[in-house]
Structure formats: structure tokens, C-alpha cells
Design a protein around this ligand. Sequence first.
Ligand code: AMP
Length: 999
Amino acid sequence: MGRRGGGGGGGKPCALWCEGIESCLCSPGQMINLLDSKASQGELRWLSYPLHGWEEISGVDEHYTPIRTFQVCNVMEFSQNNWLRTNWISRRSAVKIYVELKFTLRDCNSIPQVLGTCKETFNLLYLETEQEEEEGGRGGGGERDRDSHFREHQFSKIDTIAADESFTQMDLGDRILKLNTEVREVGPMTKRGFYLAFQDVGACVALVSVRVYFKMCPPIVRNLASFPDTVPTDSQSLVEVRGSCVNHSKEEEPPRMYCSMEGEWLVPIGKCLCNPGYEERASACQTCRPGFYKSALGNAECAKCPPHSVSHHEGALSCACEKNYFRAEEDPPSMSCTRPPSAPRNVISVINETSVILDWSWPEDTGGRRDLFFIVLCKRCQGQPLRCVPCRSKVRFLPWASGLRNTTVTVTDLLAHTNYTFEVEAQNGVSGQAPALRQYAAVTITTNQAAPSPVTVIRKESTSRNSISLSWLEPERPNGIILDYEVKYYEKQEQETSYTILRARGCNVTLNGLKADTAYLLQIRARTAAGYGASSRSFEFETSPDSAFSMSSESSQVILIAISSAVAIILLIVLLYVVINRFCCHSKSKHPDEKRHFGNGHLRLPGIRTYVDPHTYEDPSQAVHEFAKELDASSIAIDKVVGAGEFGEVCSGRLKLPSKKEMCVAIKTLKAGYTDKQRREFLAEASIMGQFDHPNIIRLEGVVTRSKPVMIVTEYMENGSLDSFLRKHDAQFTGIQLVGMLRGIASGMKYLSDMGYVHRDLAARNILVNSNLVCKVSDFGLSRVLEDDPEAAYTTRGGKIPIRWTAPEAIAYRKFTSSSDAWSYGILLWEVMSYGERPYWEMSNQDVIKAVDEGYRLPPPMDCPAALYQLMLDCWQKERNNRPKFEHIVSILDKLIRNPGTLKITANTTSRPTNQLLEQSGSEVTSWDTVGDWMDGMRTLPCKEAFSGVCYSSCDTMPKTSTEDLKKVGGTIAGPQKNIVSSLKASLDTHTKNCPVPV
Ligand code: AMP
């Protein structure tokens, strides 16, 4: 029944099987006393029998605290059987009981003259009862009494208790009492209480203290779950106990623990988590302190409020944003509070007829967010004071108007000659919450003149054998007042080799004189002050079949009717012819529905009017008055001189025409003392300019010929000529801006070539730039190529030609065409991309002619987009028919504008286009061992010559090329040194990438 205990209940290690298992945490069991003899202040009054057996004696313990002890020492007498019984002890809920005895025991050997009756043990027994027994009196004599008192036979023995340490008389003399402590387990108990008994059979023993206790698992909080005090109930197994989450926490997994028989908690399972706003501190969930927050269930600590947010109260689930700072719905509470971005910067506009490219920089302050995007708002403005309304829904934005991630947008389908304001706003995820803090940058523009859009709807009204009546709807975007329509038609099978053109004032026309039963193709285009718009697509119509062949012979009645109708129609036509003829004579000047025939397609039919050479006029002043408006000198006010022309000064001033707003103009004057020839040549420019009407051609306002000085008045271009403008703003424009300018020039040139006009002196110096960066082609003097241009030089054939800009065939045999203009455009493109660098630097004209003839071409300017350098090379094709037409150039540039990303690939960093390195023979140079070879490969003569002067000979020496050396190179070729050096440096950098770098 009894088992030997482990000596003392507390501080015992966990169960052996638990060792090494991390989750197997033990806590010492709690001991609950059922009896403690030491705690009793008075007599214990335990039952003792017989009378001279166990005696209750007062004493002191080792700490000199008064205690009650029981002693017996009848070692000199035989047959000792002395019983001592405790009072009844309730076991409460305990199942297993521990008895701790402290006692001293005399060593029998140390007692002289004992007769062999001396014992060194005593017995510990117990008796379970449901209640306290009736007492029959204390002490007494016989066997029967003992039994009636003790019911000795009912007691169960727990154990025989022996001393670990007994003591001798000597010890006593030395006052050394050797105290023994023994613990015994009893159980499982089943009745409500029990007695303990100590049976002495002849020992000398003193019971110093008796303690009876049971073990219990104490109340505990583990993993934020509290477990109640638990008494182990079953001696064999562990008791599973469910914990309950502490305040302000939630169960993640049901918390459980096991209470062992030793009163130890084992194997905690599951846990609770602190609610939002609470963190775990001292085994409890406690509120977050002000300035901290916790947004989610969990055992994380409360976090400090992120930047620009605060929490003033305890237990914050999140921190509130400071004033003017916000959090987007999807922002986590750990993210800083943010604000709307500042306005985009540096908004610029490049206007192209009725389109505009808007380009801007990122705002200085993104508001602390990365989800930035842009919105462009379009407003049409008019009147004084300016009133703005949202743009029509037809206005298109490429790629779109809102949610833009890039810093550019193209707006098309605007109205011509109209003021617009564009508001560009940067937004981020919190802009919606702070309408008052939103900022935008605005740019106001005025669109240019633009040709009308094509006619899209054409309807057949009626057809007969020889005529077709048609009507159509005005183009969707007339872009101005439609002056007339051009109707071009031809027999379908003739394939446009022969066609007829009619002009119509209104939206209908009747085509007469057609062949019966024949298919015709027809195109219509509208004309405004800006010129012709694009032609409609081809519409097909058929005349009626010849009725004589198609009718049935049986239908005599029908034939009769037809014949009589025909006769009537003929009569009517004759009558009409007479009437119309008369009418036409009167009204021709009013409604000139002109009709022109072009046989066999030999006559050029340009997209717009044909240019008329004023030289073909016998009297050039007649040409001036045909194409230029005579102005009254009093309507012109001259302000200042802005330049010098061949015939006199160029001034800026103002022109005020009746019922028109005053405008800024440039005034070219003819200096005094001119000859007749000079006057003719001076005014010839106006005669030419007056024929053009295009947003990228300088516009003639009029001439003053009837008073002196003779003047040509044109629109004023605030930024002057393009070459000096670029030099002044070296490297200050974005790629898209430069391409925008180039696109304008190409568009002007397309117009000129469509008109059949060959410019012959296209160069940056002959392009003027206005305040909106719109570039316009100028300089149309007839003599300019011969006299005016300082760049022009005499060729071997006697003509004066701007060699560096002119195509080889034009230099060699004066073959000036739109294709030679395309060559010049390539040079102009090079000038623009190098910010006004002089083509071929200071090479002599003769060297340039020779080099170009041998297949050398200019290298790409520094940072030049590869696509633009490719375009230059295409323009510099020796075979003129292989050069791109201006229409093609415009579309290439349009594509670049639509895909600005392509501008990032530069010619200096990518492998060069192959034809750049080809001689006309087609041999390709791909690698170079020496700089000389490379120069040959590059076909960049000036560089080669320059380098030969500083003796760079191999790849090894290339990386050592110093700025001094480069300056030296620059020094050998006079001119704007910085650009020469940088251009050469760029070329060098490209080359050195192929060289092994010396260590
Ligand atoms: P030109 O005789 O046309 O070559 O003009 C000589 C110089 O006068 C040009 O280089 C410009 O600087 C200036 N100029 C000519 N026309 C204009 C204009 N329409 N607006 C502003 N400046 C002009």
C-alpha cells in the first residue's frame, strides 16, 4: 500500500519522459497541508495507549520554535506495543496523501544494558473512515481497551520507519540531535477522512513533527490562458484541464494542460492571442500605450505610430493621420500617412496643327507614395474675359487622359485656331480624400491652322446613262470655312491614267458626259484657307445601261414611251443648255465650278495647289499682286531691327488691319538705292511665300510696294532662326521636343513638295522658331541660292550652292528636286540633334564634296537616338530615289512621337546601322585595330585627320586619351570647340568599349 516517496514534494524535476521536450514545461506542484503538528500552539491531544507508551512533550525545534512532540523509550522492557493515533484528518479532495515525519531515534548499541528488546524502527499505519469516531476516553490499561480505542486490526500499515541517522548518548552529550525526515505516500484514498497511527515496539524514538499533505497543480497562466488549481484525481494518469483565455484575448487553438499526480502542470497545448489594441505583458493582455497601436489579433508587441500619424489614447487599433495627411483604403496601418503630390513641373507643349504633345516632369513632392499617375484635363477657352468649357468628347488623348503613368500625352482632334488650356494634375492614392490640396499645372495653347478632314459620306442621288448626281456630308472636322470641294473621277478600268477634276462650292455635284453602263471611281477633298484636306476613299458608281440594248422587243409600248421621253429629255437638255450657258456667262465669277482635264496622267496632280514660279510672269510685280496683299504703310509700326537680310534690315513691328487685332510681324525692308532687278528679286520672295498656306511655312501678311521703303511683312517668329536658337539652348530640350520641331519642318516640306516647290536651301539657318517652339520654313528668295546665303559657294559649273547641305547630284549637275531637299533635311536633322553644330565642322567645301562622294557620312551627334541617325543616313542615300519622301519622314517622326521610348536607344550605344559603315561598294568594317582604321570604318573624315595630328595608333592607347588631347583635336579644327570635343569624345567612348582596357 505505502510507497517510498521522493523526499519532499516541491522542487522536484519534471517527469522523466518530459526531459528534452521543449513544450513539456513543468511547474512545481503545490502542497496543501491537511495536518501539521508544528502549527499547533496547544496540546495535540492525540490518542496514546497504553498509558506509559507515547508521551506528549513540549519542546523547541531547530529554530527554537515551541513545538509539540511525542516520545517513547521503553527499551528496557519486553513486549512493547505502544500506539499513538492522530486526530481524524479530512482528506478533502485529495486522492493521494503524503506523510512527512521528522523524528530522532536512539542507536540501541549506545544504550548500555539493554536486554535485546531495543528496536530501531517504528510502524506507520492508517485507517480510513467516513467520519470522526466517537472517543472512548484517553489512556487506560488492557488489550480489550486498546482494541476498543484503536481498533488496531483495522489499521493498515503504511511502512516500517527506520532512521537514516540514529543518535548515541555521546551525541546527546554533545547536544547533537540527528533529525530524520521520512515521507510516505498513501492512497488512493476513498473515504472522507482517516487516522494515522504510530506503533512503537520498543524503540527510543521522538516524533518531532508530523505533516500530512496532498499535492495540487496551482492556478497558473500559461500562453495567455488561465488554468484553475487542480487536484490530481487519478493516481495513474494525468488530468487534462481546459484553460480559459485571459481578458482581452481570444483563443487561437483551445488551450489545454495536464496536471500530474505530483501537482505539476505538463505539456501546454494551444494558446490565446491578445486582441487588437492589446499586447502581452506579464502574462496578461495589456492596452497599447499612447503613441503605439496594434491593429490585429496576435502576440506581436504594440508598434510605434508610423510617420505623420498619432494615437492619443491607450489601446489604439491604428494611428490617426496628422492634419493634411491621409491613408488610402488599401494602405496598411503600418504605412506612413501620405498626402497628394505637388503639381507636375515644366509642362511644355508642342503644337502640330490640331494636335498637341504635352510633356512634363515629375512633381517635386510625390506625397510619400509610389502610386503616382497623371490626369490631363482639356478646356476650350474663348472670349474676353476668357471663358473655358470642357473640350468636346471627340478630342482624343493618346494613350489616354487619366491614369497616365508616363509624363507625356498627345491630344488630337482639337479645333483649328482655337485656344485651349490643359490642366495636368499629378494624383496618388490619397488625392481623392483631399480635393482642396490638389494642385495642377496649366498650359495654354492655340492650335494652328489645319486642313479639313476627309469627306466620309457620299450619296448617289440619281444616275442616268451619261450622268450621276451625288451629294455628300461636310467633313467631320472642317477646321475652318470650306472654300470648295475638288471632285476627281475616272473610269474604273482606266486605272487613273486619265481623270477629270471638278470643283464644287456646295456639297453636291452632277457628273455629266459619262459613258453609259460604265463604272466610275470618285474621290472628293475639301479645301479651306489651310489648303486641301486628305482625299476621301474611292467611291464607285455606275451609269445606267444603254436602254436601247437592254429593253425587251416585246415591250413596244415601253419603247414608245422611252423614245418619246428621250426626245423630251433631249429637248429639255437643249433648252437647259441654252439657259445654263446664259446663266453661266452671268454667274461664272460667282460660282466657278471649274473643270480641268488631265490626259494620260502626265500632268502632276499635287495634293494641293501647284506652285507657280513668279519668273514665268513677264512682269513679276503682277505676280506679287496676284499672290500678296498690298498693305497700307500706315498700318505698320516698326519697333526694332532684329536681323539683316540680303536686301536690307529685318525689323520687328506691329500690323493693325481694319477690324482685326493688332499682331506682331517681321518686316523685311528693301534698302534705298536698289536697282529694278533687286526690287524684282526682293518681291519675288513675297510672290512665292504668298502662295503658301501652311502652319509650318512662314506666313506672308502682305507687301508694301506703293510707298517706300518697299516692305515684305510676315508673321513674327519670336525665337529667330533655328541654328542660333539651338546654339543658345545647347542640350536644353528633351528628345520629344526636338522631334516635335523636326516633325513640323518635315510637315512644311511635305507641303512644299506637294506644291511642286523645291526649296534648294533647307538648313537650320532658314528655319524660324516661334514662342511655342513651332518651326517654320522660310527664305524663299529666288536668288538666295545664288547670292543670299553666305554658305553658298561657287561650284565648278559656276552655280553658287550651300555645299554642306546640298545633295551630290545637285552639286554635280544642278539636279534640284524634292529628293535633294530630303538630303538637306538629313543635314538639318544632324544640325538639330547636335544643337547647331556646323556640318562637317571646318572641313573645306572641296573636302566635303570629295568625302561625300567617296561614301563618307557624318557620324551621329552625341546622344542621338538611333532611329533619327538612321533617318539621316536614309536621307543621305546616294541614289536620290532611295531617299525617303517628306510624307514618309513625317510618318516616321509621328511614330517616334507616339513611342517616345524608342528615342532612348541612342546611336552611340547601339551597334550602328550597317549602311553607315559601308562604302558605296558595300564592304562592311566591323572591327578596328587602330584609331586610323576605326576612323576609316567610321567614315568620319574630320576626326581621322584630326586624330592623325595627335598620333593615336592602337586600342592600347585609346583609353588614355586625355581631355588635353581632345582639346588638341578640337584645336586642329577650329569652331565651337566644346561640341567638337564632345562629339569626338562620344565617338571615342564608343570605340573604347571595344578595346581591352589596360590595367
Ligand atoms: P532672312 O533675310 O530671311 O534670312 O532674315 C534675316 C534674319 O532676320 C533671320 O536670320 C532672322 O534672325 C530674322 N528674321 C527674318 N524673318 C523673321 C521673322 N519672321 N521673325 C523673326 N525674325 C525674323
